[in-house]
Design a protein around this ligand. Structure first.
Ligand code: ADP
Ligand code: ZN
Length: 210
C-alpha cells in the first residue's frame, strides 16, 4: 500500500502516520523529520533547509525531491509506505509520478484554520526520535518525556503562533492545489480531523480500505 497523507500543518498527519504505519507494517516517511535530523547532524542539506523552515517557508523542491528519491530507494519501502508531508507542491507531485511511483490512495485530513492555531500551541516533539505528542490530545505517559525512547519533549521553533500563520498561508497557496491534482487521478479521500486521535484513525483506516 502506497499512501500519501495530505493536510495543513498541525492537522495530525504525523500522528496518524505513526499509528497507521504500525497497523499496516509499512514505514512512515516524514520529510519534516528527515530535514530536522539533517539539521541536528549539521549536514549541508540541513544547513540549507534551516532558514526556510524557521520562517515557515517550504524548503526548495529539488532538495526534498532528492530526499524522497533516496528514501524510497531503500529496502523497507518495497512493500509500500506512508508519505507524511510530501508532496507539498505540484512540482513535487509531478516528480513522484515521473519516478514511476504509483500511489494507491491520498488521504486529506481536514481541520479548520482557527482550530489549527490552537492545536499547534500544545504540540510537542521528541528531541531524539521525532515522535509527536500533544498536551491535550496525546499526552505522554510521563510529562516532558518520550514514551518511545525516553528523549526530552520540546516545542518546535516553527510551532510558534507567527510562524504557524505563515505556514498556513503557504499551505493554502502551494499544497492545497494537490487535492484537485489527486482528485483528478481518482485517489483522493477526505477525512474530517477529530478531537480524539483514535477517532481520526478509525476514519482514516476506513478511507484507506474504501
Ligand atoms: P507540519 O506538517 O506540521 O508542517 P513538517 O514536519 O511536515 O511539519 O514540516 C516542517 C517544515 O519542513 C515545513 O514547514 C517545511 O519548511 C519543511 N518541509 C517538510 N516537508 C517539505 C516538503 N515536502 N517540501 C518543502 N518543505 C518541506
Ligand atoms: Zn523519542
Amino acid at each position: 500500500m502506497k499512501l500519501i497523507l495530505l493536510g495543513a500543518p498541525g492537522a495530525g498527519k504525523g500522528t496518524q502516520a505513526e499509528v497507521i504505519c504500525e497497523k499496516l507494517s509499512i514505514p512512515a516517511i516524514s520529510t519534516g523529520n528527515i530535514i530536522r535530523e539533517a539539521l541536528k547532524s549539521g549536514t549541508e542539506m540541513g544547513k540549507r533547509a534551516k532558514s526556510y523552515m524557521d520562517e515557515g517557508k517550504l524548503v526548495p523542491d529539488e532538495v526534498v525531491i532528492g530526499i524522497i528519491k533516496d528514501r524510497l530507494a531503500q529496502d523497507d519501502c518495497k512493500n509500500g509506505f506512508i508519505l507524511d508531508g510530501f508532496p507539498r507542491t505540484i512540482p513535487q507531485a509531478e516528480a513522484l509520478d515521473a519516478m514511476g511511483v504509483v500511489i494507491d490512495r491520498v488521504i486529506d485530513i481536514e481541520v479548520p484554520d482557527d482550530k489549527i492555531v490552537t492545536r499547534m500551541s500544545g504540540r510537542r516533539v521528541c528531541e531524539k526520535c521525532g515522535a509527536s505528542y500533544h498536551l491535550l490530545y496525546k499526552k505522554p505517559q510521563e510529562e516532558g518525556v518520550c514514551g518511545k525512547c525516553g528523549g526530552t519533549l520540546v516545542q518546535r521553533k516553527d510551532d510558534h503562533p507567527d510562524t504557524v500563520k505563515e505556514r498556513l498561508r503557504v499551505y493554502h497557496e502551494q499544497t492545497e492545489p494537490l487535492k484537485a491534482y489527486y482528485e483528478k487521478q481518482g485517489k483522493l479521500k477526505i477525512v474530517e480531523g477529530q478531537e480524539e486521535v483514535a477517532d481520526t484513525t478509525k476514519l482514516t483506516l476506513a478511507a484507506i480500505e474504501a
